[in-house]
Design a protein around this ligand. Structure first.
Ligand code: FAD
Ligand code: FES
Length: 510
């Protein structure tokens, strides 16, 4: 053990961490009463400085994507982090805090003492979070994770933000877990497409004819980009974006000075518009809505994001719908139903996704083809479904939500229940989106609100908007307010009066 004197006890606050460095390694000190604890200073998800997070109700919440850790021991409570925080030995002597420079040993891998086989279909956000949670919760049986994407198990949210913008090379797209992890944890990975799940026989079938038996199965097959029934849709240089393979196709096709037409004003469509402007393409968005995201983020925030796009040269066109795509050997133009024609070298369709559930016809499906699950994410005996494909009860109403963190939260709940638990989703949905260098955070799931109050203005971040319904916070939208949103992520789990929320924002904004 090699202890370093890093701080005075009196300088460590209870409502947030204090960052210190040992040999250039950032370490976060947290205080609770007369106890001080030391954890790794950077979030295990994507490296956010945890000192900018909030400590609230015994949890440390990350300022970037709201992963939550137990303040007492750093245990993982909420994704998108998949690991608990590394801890360091601490001693307080004569008012000084001393910390060891090596982390304490990590948790042990469960022994192979269980004869059951759990099959995870889909190795995306939810599938990977589920296998991590199964081992974290002590499951020692066989885990088999199947995916039809060769590169499966990476962060697809960066594709529209940093990869297409050229800020991150495809090969740097972060794997959610590395090979060593899978080997050490005895998680078997299979590259293949599941074509059938028979819940009665507890068996799945793969496209190559193989059949596999399971004791419990998780379906986490995510969404498939919708396309449009337009003449010319199959022309070369017409793309969608869901996977690394799609991102590679787009990057191989685009050149500075070209003209991109994006059909749709979804989050992914607008993020792609922002990224392609960095490649100096001229970008036209053929939009359905006069203001993007107004239904989710409110009119003013949507207007501010639109203004940001326009200021950066994006043409946002709302008059008319795409009627056909023209070209002989490759795409040449998008023509609208009002006759307007936009010359195009590349076209990207960004009109949402549909649940990838074709192999699960033996399970009850909703009209949108999603799988309807109970509050514990169970869809049938021995089968759980999570993520983009799951319609689940949120505050009593069935909803399907396509967010990264939510998919992983549901996966952790399913993992607990596959092991005999009885956990339900009791959290606040969260997502983020990124446009021209600014990340916008959204907490909640509000379809209606009767008041919107701002701190700051959305045109000039930082700002927070609280969307209220009947005096309670229905949703919060913000930019550059990581700590306050981290605190809200925790407090909005219970009904939160708007007035009280503003007090919390004031306390956590500095
Ligand atoms: C470009 C992009 C940017 C995004 N940005 C954000 C963001 O900023 N914030 C946010 O909250 N959300 C974002 N999302 C949404 C988020 O990625 C999804 O909500 C999340 O990935 C859903 O997780 P999932 O596990 O349900 O599905 P996925 O992550 O899509 O994983 C599903 C996996 O199942 C596999 N699969 C499908 N069918 C089969 C089959 N029959 N057999 C075997 N394998 C199969 C697929 O290959 C895939 O790997 C973004 C999505 C995209 C595409
Ligand atoms: S960096 Fe902490 S949750 Fe993403």
């Amino acid at each position: 053990m090699s202890l370093h004197q890093v701080a005075r006890f009196a300088d460590v606050r209870e409502d947030r961490g204090l960052e210190v460095n040992i040999n250039d390694t950032p370490i976060l000190l947290l205080r609770s009463g007369d106890q001080v604890r030391a954890f790794q200073g950077k979030c295990p998800h994507a490296g956010a400085p945890l000192v900018k997070g909030a400590v609230c109700h015994g949890r440390l919440i990350c300022p970037w994507h709201k992963a939550a850790f137990r303040a007492e021991d750093g245990a993982l409570c909420e994704p998108p982090a998949l690991d608990s925080l590394a801890r360091y030995h601490v001693e307080v002597r004569d008012g000084d805090v001393w910390v060891d420079d090596q982390p304490l040993p990590a948790d042990k891998i469960p022994p192979a003492d269980d004869a059951r086989t759990f099959v995870i279909i889909g190795a995306g956000a939810a599938g990977t979070a589920c296998v991590a949670a199964l081992r974290e919760k002590g499951f020692g049986g066989r885990i088999l994770m199947i995916d039809r994407e060769a590169e499966a198990g990476y962060d697809r949210t960066v594709l529209s933000k940093y990869v297409l913008a050229g800020d991150m090379a495809i090969k740097e797209t972060a794997p959610l877990r590395d090979e060593t992890y899978f080997t050490q944890q005895r998680i078997e990975r299979l590259h293949g497409e599941v074509t059938l799940l028979d819940p009665g026989a507890r068996q799945i079938q793969l496209a190559d004819g193989r059949r596999l038996d399971y004791d419990a199965a998780l379906i986490a097959t995510g969404g498939e980009p919708k396309t449009l029934a337009l003449p010319g849709i199959d022309l070369p240089q017409v793309f969608v974006l869901r996977s690394i393979a799609h991102a590679r196709q787009i990057l191989d096709a685009v050149r500075p000075g070209q003209r991109a037409v994006i059909i749709g004003d979804s989050f992914i469509a607008m993020e792609v518009a922002s990224s392609l402007r960095k490649h100096e393409l001229s970008v036209t968005v053929v939009a359905r809505h006069p203001v993007p995201f107004a239904a989710q983020l409110g009119e003013s925030v949507g207007q501010a994001i639109l203004a940001r796009h326009r200021a950066n040269g994006v043409v946002y066109h709302t008059d008319g719908e795409a009627a056909r795509i023209e070209g002989s050997h490759k795409v040449e133009a998008v023509v609208l139903d009002n006759g307007q024609r936009f010359a195009a070298d590349v076209v990207i369709i960004g009109v949402g996704v549909r649940p990838a559930t074709e192999p699960f016809a033996q399970l009850a499906r909703e009209q949108d083809q999603s799988l309807s699950v109970d509050a514990g994410m169970r869809v049938a005996d021995g089968v759980w479904a999570v993520g983009d494909i799951a319609t689940f009860p949120l505050n009593g109403a069935p909803v399907r939500i396509e967010h990264w963190r939510l998919a992983q939260q549901q996966a952790r709940i399913a993992a607990a229940n596959m092991l005999g638990g009885d956990e339900h989703y009791l959290d606040v949905p969260f997502f983020w989106t990124y446009h021209f260098g600014k990340r916008y955070d959204y907490l909640g799931h509000a379809e209606h609100w009767d008041e919107v109050e701002f701190k700051g203005t959305p045109e000039h971040p930082p700002f927070i908007a609280l969307l209220g319904k009947d005096g309670l916070v229905a949703a919060a939208v913000a930019c550059d307010e990581g700590r306050a949103m981290a605190a809200l992520a925790q407090r909005m789990k219970q009904p939160l009066p708007v007035d009280e929320a503003w007090r919390l924002v004031r306390d956590f904004s500095s």
